[in-house]
Design a protein around this ligand. Structure first.
Ligand code: AMP
Length: 176
């Protein structure tokens, strides 16, 4: 049987020029066709955690998938971070800069308790801008960033440099 890293890499589909010319999109959706692979990925994320966190915070929308599976298997809360205007209850928000313009993300204000140690999860680490913004939001609620987990890391974009100020516990199951 191939190792997990090879299996993930062989399953991810490269889609050139999506969503715009020049971007090689790493499409993780075929992973979800394979229950055994999803289970192995969930277990690997858990095995790589230095200690049990108080919650997993997942980033809309692909960060909800393994984020929730990991949280549920650990028996801890899963918290959704969404783009502004999507969450129904009272929220805290954070606006951050993108290459062009800005983006705003939100979390329910009662989602995290003070001093909780949380893991921030997304499918892919590119420039790190999104995960860093989530780290700021987590800290706004008085919780601690215990680490970041991603299925894929695009090392050539140096996203880890942005996250290291918040936690140096950064896991990418596969890297390019
Ligand atoms: P960033 O804030 O630059 O780290 O971008 C991370 C977010 O953008 C993640 O939620 C990814 O899903 C998405 N993303 C950025 N680049 C890619 C790519 N090449 N393939 C797939 N998703 C990407």
């Amino acid at each position: 049987m191939q190792n997990l890293e090879t299996h993930i890499k062989n399953t991810i589909r490269d889609v050139p020029d999506f969503p715009k010319p020049g971007i090689l999109f790493k499409d993780i959706t075929p992973i979800f066709y394979n229950q055994e692979l999803c289970s192995a990925i969930t277990d690997d994320f858990i095995a790589k955690l230095p200690s049990k966190p108080d919650a997993i915070v997942g980033i809309e929308s692909r960060g909800f998938l393994f984020g929730f599976l990991v949280a549920n298997k650990l028996g801890i809360p899963f918290v959704l971070v969404r783009k502004a205007g999507k969450l129904p209850y009272k929220t805290v928000s954070y606006e951050y800069s993108l290459e062009y313009g800005t983006a705003k993300i939100e979390m329910h204000e009662d989602a995290l308790q003070k001093n909780w140690n949380v893991i921030i999860h997304d499918d892919l680490l590119a420039t790190g801008g999104t995960a860093e913004a989530v780290a700021v939001l987590v800290k706004k609620l008085g919780a601690n960033v215990a680490g970041f987990t991603f299925v894929v890391g695009l090392n050539f974009l140096n996203g880890k440099n942005k996250l290291i100020n918040h936690s140096n516990n950064i896991t990418c199951l596969v890297q390019y």
